[in-house]
Design a protein around this ligand. Sequence first.
Ligand code: MD6
Ligand code: FE
Length: 221
Amino acid sequence: MMQNNGRLWAEPNELSRESPAEGVTLLHGFCREDAPQIYEAIRQVESISPFRQMVVPGGHTMSVAMTNCGELGWTTDRSGYRYTPEDPMTGAPWPAMPEILLSLARRAAAEGGSAEFRPNGCLINRYAVGARLSLHQDRNERDYSQPIVSVSLGLPATFLLGTLRRTDTPRRIRVEHGDVLVWGGPARLIFHGIAPIRAGHDPLTGNYRINLTFRHVASDD
Ligand code: MD6
Ligand code: FE
């Protein structure tokens, strides 16, 4: 491991941990070994609730394709953002969260200091080359006491790490295949996004980046 400007640079295939901001832990390579089985679980989910490009309230179609697993799934359409127990595309409940995903999320949260993480929703994002996610806050969960665990697979990306103010220039953090970000506490509501994905090929996912974000969503009852 080498020091470079105070940042730890991991050798390829080495595990390392960084804290790019208070409340954010980057576990580099945390799920790289399990990635094939994780990806297989995503394929199962996608066979029930396919990836689709959703429309935001302003009328624009997102470049990122999304699906969900778990009790509650995040969706958007012309009328707004919300969590629902059913997939609006199929009318059926979102697929259950596969055990391998639940266990990964809980182990990563514990590494990031949250031993009691109980995710009940997982948003799955699929980025083709050129797809991006503009700066946003994750605030539809209504319970901000638990972290978000965010898993990156396939093509690398530049994660835009902002602050609590939308107008601050975000920092750029590279996230790669097998990396896991644990995100909570003082960072829970910071603005963030993903810069346009650059062309490439990944042996597992082909021409895509896949991201899983596990959350605890407060239910209505
Ligand atoms: C992505 N992630 O990495 C999108 N949100 O594709 C997110 O929007 C995100 O990674 C909250 C916490 C962690 C995240
Ligand atoms: Fe987000």
